[in-house]
Design a protein around this ligand. Structure first.
Ligand code: Z5A
Length: 213
């Protein structure tokens, strides 16, 4: 049984992650991967327990305020649950896992956005995930003002969407500095271009990384 592959799409609000995940799934199908061997995940979430944690993380409540450290630990609680009960078993069964966000988001949002030290995030990451990393991370980069305008068309805002623009600028800058530091495992896509051009870029990355090829 060949080992599966874990492909993650990362980026800010409204960068087009969901849209491009659909493209990755189409690419896999066209390359002969059956639906039964494609697992889609989202973070935080992706298992019943992790989805419950997601609700806490996104909830806008007024009787208590989630502090940054609680937010960080909840992200990793949800991630541990997802990795251990869904992602690793799927990879061991030779399946393709396509993830909507993973731990690069934690460095960007809880690190860059909330100001938690990289060192603390890394020590929790290492304790929870050890040497587990995605095979490929695709970073969709977009000016947050454009992303928020795209995403903001959708009614009620959650706890993250209520943040101010400067928060999302710090998030973007952290994503970009991680890309600069890890170009070997992160591919960058400029998400400010039309959907067809972005789709073509995604396909080219999958081809060059021999995903399903
Ligand atoms: N979070 C965290 O803090 N720490 C962590 O470790 C993790 C997550 C894992 C999850 O939110 C929140 O959790 C997230 C970070 C935090 N909050 N924020 N901000 P979510 O899952 O609810 O939301 P999201 O991840 O930000 O996804 P999104 O808003 O749905 O955006 P998207 O998936 O990137 O975009 P989309 O739905 O594909 O596209 C948005 C719209 O733009 C849609 O109408 C598309 O048709 C359109 N679109 C897409 N591409 C284009 C192009 N190229 N041109 C024009 N229009 C386009």
């Amino acid at each position: 049984m060949p080992k599966g592959r874990f492909i993650v799409v990362e980026g800010g609000e409204g960068a087009g992650k969901s849209t491009m995940i659909a493209e990755i799934v189409s690419y896999l199908r066209e390359h002969g991967v059956p639906d039964s061997a494609i697992v889609k995940t989202r973070e935080p979430g992706g298992t019943p327990i992790a989805e419950d944690i997601r609700k806490i993380l996104k909830d806008v409540r007024t009787d208590d305020r989630l502090c940054a450290e609680s937010e960080l630990l909840l992200m990793y609680a949800a991630r541990a649950q997802l990795v251990q009960t869904v992602i690793i078993p799927a990879l061991e069964a030779g399946q393709y896992v396509v993830g909507d966000r993973h731990d690069l988001s934690t460095l960007a949002y809880q690190g860059g956005g909330r100001g938690i030290s990289r060192q603390l995030i890394k020590s929790i990451r290492d304790a929870v995930l050890g040497d587990f990393y995605p095979d490929l991370t695709i970073l969709m980069d977009l000016d947050p003002a454009v992303g928020l305008a795209r995403a903001g068309k959708r009614g009620d805002l959650d706890r993250f969407e209520k943040e101010q623009l400067d928060f999302f600028v710090r998030v973007r800058n952290t994503f970009l500095s991680e890309y600069e530091a890890h170009r070997d495992r992160i591919s960058l896509v400029r998400a400010d271009r039309d959907i067809e051009t972005v789709r073509a870029d995604i396909r080219q990355i999958l081809e060059s990384k021999c995903i399903a090829g």
